[in-house]
Design a protein around this ligand. Structure first.
Ligand SMILES: [Zn+2]
Length: 560
């Protein structure tokens, strides 16, 4: 029922858009963009010289002559012969985490003790008394003694703020005197199991360094981010995306406080990039209204809520991905399931009825099978929901016979090229020489007719989309290893890669009529880049610079 109402509304909206566009044709464009080598991603006219923009929308494309003379009153922007392409879609990332990392005091690569003191002092100066300050990146492998030596000095520059400076490798961190006091850590406090409170050998007083399980004594006290802090984190993340040519993001785990922060930013016109929100299924209060009333499609296309994110298993590296057979390097381990097939099926049925998409994190072959089984049962229960676009996020290790099921069921396989090149040093140890053939198997998915949006899962991996494109084409690390590529039969072509980052990314959010192309009726989201992405060799993808980013026809990032 809800689905039908959703469709009618959607149809009405499409009709209104159509009327607006025809009106646009009558009036003049605001801008004409000319003298570009413009990659449109359209089958007709794959390359054009110029296009016209009215408001947020592209209204016309063509030869420079033609466009200039059709819109004589419009302001002219000259691309100077540069390559222009549609804004890239990051179809799986985590904005809050990205912004949060950028908000921490950055100590990566700092090996001058006085520089650490300086950076903390600067941060204290701009932080209200009582607020926590977090930092990250001092080398806890090599630098514990140096941190201990400046411990008192660091505490003395931060008397009124609790401070936690996490180590680069995550095994150690440093807490200031204020934080130790809040955690009630004194010379009398025993070491927790599996952890260590480092102490002064003469006085026995804690030095501030906490190792392994002792880290939790302090980090559990760090309060969750306020809405204002979340807004700041999203804003910072948005700027980072625009610098990298990404104009839209599918945020892959949104909680209610995040949505509140995003709505506030939207009201201030400060989102930066366009969001497609995947709500965390663990936040029941958040998802309940959407499972009843259906999606919220933003008519301005800044913040659309249409998807629910579920975790079915863990990760391959930690052997928590759920496998059909035990791990090759741990014969007693098969991984863990975090959502049962019954729960997933029930959620999928409700989502189908409401017109919501389900996106399930599944890494292991058993996890993927459970998810496909749950989706299949739900689709049988709600046969009228034909355009569901259910997704599996990662689909990392597949039983080969399950790959065609994605196509049969219309399930999208959302994949991360850089995961393959990051994981290849140990992935085969985990699954062995047979199962590895179904791992990171983009080509097998495409050959089976499956839709495969490509993305990064930042901040776990770099969000630079050109690195992802390079990894998808070469299956090599940026320094060219291994020669010829890792299981090179899975390499993709340039055309497939561009599709994965543009057309398929748009499709995975029901937005193929809005994004991923430079064509009339599309949002005017596009980027100017340093190289001709249609013709350069794979290794040159790594050197592409984003020179300008436009969202809704407005210049929002300029490298010059
Ligand atoms: Zn993720």
């Amino acid at each position: 029922m809800k689905t039908h109402i959703g469709r009618i509304l959607w149809g009405a909206f499409a009709l209104v858009s159509l009327l607006v566009f025809s009106a646009c044709d009558e009036r003049t464009a605001d801008h004409v963009f000319v003298n570009g080598s413009i990659m449109t991603m359209s089958e007709v006219e794959p390359v054009v010289e110029a296009f016209a923009v009215a408001g947020d929308w592209i209204i016309d494309v063509g030869d420079e002559e033609e466009i200039r003379s059709a819109y004589p009153g419009a302001e002219v922007v000259n691309f100077g012969g540069k390559t222009v392409m549609p804004g890239i879609i990051e179809s799986h990332g985590h904005m809050l985490n990205l912004g949060r990392i950028a908000m921490r005091v950055d100590l990566q690569g700092v090996y001058d003790p006085q520089e650490v003191v300086r950076r903390l002092r600067d941060r204290v100066a701009e932080t209200p008394a009582g607020d926590w300050i977090e930092g990250w990146g001092w080398d806890d492998g090599a630098w514990r003694e140096q941190m201990t030596a400046i411990s008192e000095e660091l505490s003395s520059v931060s008397p009124d703020n609790p401070v936690w400076l996490a180590g680069l490798h995550g095994y150690n961190g440093w807490a200031n005197a204020n934080a130790l006091e809040l955690a009630e850590i004194t010379s009398q406090t025993p070491d927790p199991e599996g952890g260590q409170i480092l102490r002064d050998p003469t006085t026995g007083a804690p030095t501030g360094i906490l190792a392994n399980a002792a880290i939790g004594l302090v980090t559990r006290l760090v309060p969750p981010l306020t809405i204002k802090q979340r807004e700041r984190a999203f804003e910072i993340a948005g700027e980072e995306l625009l610098r990298n040519g990404l104009t839209s993001v599918h945020d892959a785990n949104i909680f209610r406080e995040d949505l509140q922060a995003l709505r506030s930013l939207e009201a201030q016109n400060k989102l930066g990039v366009r969001y497609y929100a995947m709500l965390s299924c663990t936040d029941e209060e958040l998802i309940e209204p959407y499972l009843t009333n259906g999606p919220e499609i933003d008519p301005d296309h800044w913040l659309t809520v249409r998807s629910i994110k579920v975790f079915q298993d863990g990760s391959l590296g930690t052997r928590s991905a759920l496998m059909l057979e035990p791990y090759s390097d741990a014969p007693d381990v098969v991984g863990v399931s975090t959502t049962s097939q019954e729960e997933l099926e029930e959620l999928a049925v409700r989502s189908l009825r409401a017109g919501m998409q389900v996106a399930t994190h599944a890494i292991g072959d058993r996890s993927n099978r459970i998810t496909l089984d749950a989706y299949e049962a739900a689709l049988r229960a709600v046969p009228e929901a034909t355009d569901h676009r259910f997704r599996i996020e990662h689909a990392q290790v597949m039983a080969l016979e399950d790959i065609p099921r994605f196509n049969e069921l219309g399930v999208i396989s959302s994949m991360q090229p850089v995961h393959a090149t990051s994981d290849m040093p140990w992935a085969e140890d985990r699954v062995g020489p047979e199962r590895i053939r179904g791992a990171y198997a983009w080509r097998s998915f495409l050959d089976a007719g499956v839709r495969v949006p490509l993305n990064s899962d930042f901040p776990a991996e770099t969000l630079n989309p050109f690195y992802g494109m390079y990894a998808a084409e070469t299956r090599q690390t940026p320094d060219g290893h291994p020669e010829g590529g890792w299981y090179p039969e899975q390499c993709l072509t340039r055309e497939e890669v561009l599709n994965g980052y543009l057309t398929e990314g748009a499709y995975a959010a029901f937005e193929e009529d809005l994004k991923g192309k430079i064509a009339p009726g599309m949002l005017a989201d596009f980027i100017v880049i340093s190289d001709d992405i249609r013709s350069i060799p794979s290794e040159d993808l790594l050197g592409i610079k984003v020179e300008q980013t436009y969202v809704g026809g407005k210049l929002v990032y300029d490298s010059h």
